[in-house]
Ligand binder design. Structure first.
Ligand SMILES: Cc1ncc(COP(=O)(O)O)c(C=O)c1O
Length: 366
């Protein structure tokens, strides 16, 4: 008789699947409460641009048609936006699909990915799904990346180094000079993937000019997403900026209709709405300062963040996560040994942030 577990193989069968933040509806159903807020998946509390909604409505009559396979118009818009060539861009169904496309194209089973830990779990999970490996390289005690550690961990098996900047879950970023010093030491045959999912939230003076650096380092690639600041998480749309030879090779193995048309038109329209993006960034900054001040009043330590979420030290992180959930506030407990005393909270609307602090006070008895 067929044995599916055996077919998958014991190593892959034992990998714990990705644990997304609990959906609001699930918590409402389980706890039989109506008032639930979700600050668990670094989503955009302001939704998305009205221009994107309008683009979706206008597109609807064409839903029976296949999407534009190479996302031509979205790539054209992005090329203008970033001042790069259209051939430097590939669109995917979120960064997740882009990571998968990269691994299918360039990662052999015998090779491995390196990434500092703690960081975004998908680098590991997708590598495992592809029968390859991802080796986590411990960060410094203050949770900043240890570039020397990463460099000394490189072996002949290393094919990718994934660096989330700002990092999830810490919210920490690194500077351009440190990165250049690092790139100068990385063998040019290893692909360095800068995952810039939260770049829009970073102060402009802290942002690395990745597109300029790419002209010097052919092995440098940048991953971007519409899921965060643009508020299109549900649409699954992200992109990679890289050397045209890299993009051409990825196109060899990309599925012909990998990005649905609704996502393409919404993402394209979002890029024309700078007003909405500024509103998102301002609101995030205001929420961040409110949560910082509230933590200081409550004498709780937190990690300064460059993204749309904050790590707060609360004692027993798992217990506080569970207790907040019972009060209808979904946050995230990461479960990494260095983060046991933390919860990660996504910055929400003013109302959500206040409610979170009120419930946190109840849980901590403050
Ligand atoms: C660092 C990082 N990269 C990528 C993603 C996923 O982005 P996407 O929704 O485009 O797959 C996330 C989502 O939480 C993230 O934290």
């Amino acid at each position: 008789m067929i044995n599916y577990r055996e077919l998958l193989g014991e190593e892959r069968a034992l990998v714990a699947p990705y644990q997304p933040g609990k959906p609001i509806k699930e918590v409402q159903r389980e706890l039989c409460i109506d008032n639930v807020i979700k600050l668990a998946s670094n989503e955009n509390p302001l939704g998305c641009s009205d221009k994107a909604i309008l683009a979706l409505k206008e597109f609807l009559p064409d839903i029976s048609r296949y999407p534009i396979g190479d996302s031509y118009y979205l790539r054209k818009k992005l090329a203008e936006f970033h001042n790069v060539g259209m051939n430097n861009i590939l669109i995917g169904a979120g960064s997740d699909e882009i990571i998968q496309i990269l691994y299918i194209a360039f990662l052999k089973e015998s090779e491995e990915v390196l990434s500092p830990a703690p960081s975004f779990g998908e680098y590991y999970l997708i590598a495992k799904a592809m029968k390859s490996d991802c080796r986590w390289i411990e960060c410094n005690d203050d949770l900043s990346f240890n570039f020397d550690n990463i460099l000394s961990s490189i072996t002949e098996k290393s094919r990718f180094i994934f660096l989330a900047n700002p990092n999830n879950p810490t919210g920490l970023d690194f500077g351009e000079q440190d990165f250049i010093d690092f790139m100068d030491k990385v063998p040019s045959t290893i692909i360095v993937a800068l995952d810039e999912a939260y770049k829009e939230y970073q102060e402009e003076s802290r942002q690395i000019d990745t597109n300029r650096l790419m002209r010097k380092y052919k092995n440098l690639i940048s991953l971007r997403t519409f899921s965060k600041a643009y508020g299109l998480a549900s649409m699954r749309c992200g992109y990679i900026i890289a050397h045209e030879e890299c993009i051409a090779m990825l196109n060899q193995i990309r599925q012909p209709f990998n990005v649905n048309m609704a996502s393409q038109v919404m993402a394209e329209a979002s890029l024309s709405d700078g007003v909405f993006l500024n509103k998102v960034i301002e609101s995030n900054l205001k929420g961040k300062n409110f949560i910082y001040r509230s933590c200081e009043d409550l004498r709780l330590k937190y990690i300064n963040t460059e993204a749309n979420f904050i790590m707060i030290e609360v004692g027993d992180g798992k217990k506080v996560f569970d207790e907040l959930l019972k009060l209808g506030v979904i946050v995230r407990f990461l479960g990494h040994p260095k983060l046991n005393s933390y919860i990660r909270v996504s910055i929400g609307t003013d109302k959500e942030n206040s409610l979170f602090i009120d419930k946190l006070k109840i849980v901590l008895g403050l």
